[in-house]
Design a protein around this ligand. Sequence first.
Ligand code: HEC
Length: 227
Amino acid sequence: MSDSEKQDPPHEEHRETAEPNKLDDTELHEVHAQLMREHREPKENFAPMPLFMVFIFAGLSFWGGVYIVQYSGDFDGFVFDETVRPSEAEPAEPVEFDPFRAGERFYRRNCVACHQADGQGVPGTFPPLVDTDWVEGDKERLIKVVLHGLVGPIEVRGNTYDGVMPGFRGSRDRDIAAVLTWIRTNEWNDADEVDEELVVDVRERYAGRTEPWHVDDLGEPSDPVDE
Ligand code: HEC
């Protein structure tokens, strides 16, 4: 069928109608088919959230709360230890306190800023802890220095230092014993361990002390134990 025929169909093929604009059957059929193909006009609905969704949300919120309470570690920064490798199997028993390792850790946290990682200090400012008669000598004096601090001029390995060594009274006896054990028994020095009991004892005897020590209070360190 060409366009002209469609526009103006020959009269004899169509039933005559009284109204000239009325559609014949075929056309009516076509219009209906078009209407059927059309989608319904969309309209906005109000629908409440499905009940199962409400239950899922409530369940997830409850589970989230329980999870946070259980696994937050009280939001303590020390609970999550980034040094622990997940590949390392959990030790079957609680690990025993190792003064040497704990001492090294305590040193890296509290002493390294001044006495440096290699224990050599900073010339003219912070005295070395390697091969010094302060470290290798009398344990009680050493504990006093670390508990309460030290001020005034001192001589270490032939050099004079006049600085302020802070006290660590706030730290635990076990940690003080551990760090002193570490600096005395690692490769820096050649001395023996410091027991926690001795730290407890020295702390008790000088419990009232808040001032740092002066070398005159402590006496000169004994001679080096070893070269
Ligand atoms: C803020 C810096 C600083 C920190 C932190 C510090 N010290 Fe000291 N330390 C000094 C200074 C300064 C002296 C010398 C004090 C003086 O001149 O009277 C000293 C002296 C010493 C001495 C006696 C002298 C020697 O070199 O043998 C020892 C032992 C010692 N410190 C150990 C420690 C230990 C152990 C720690 C960590 C628990 C520590 N210090 C943390 C600054 C520091």
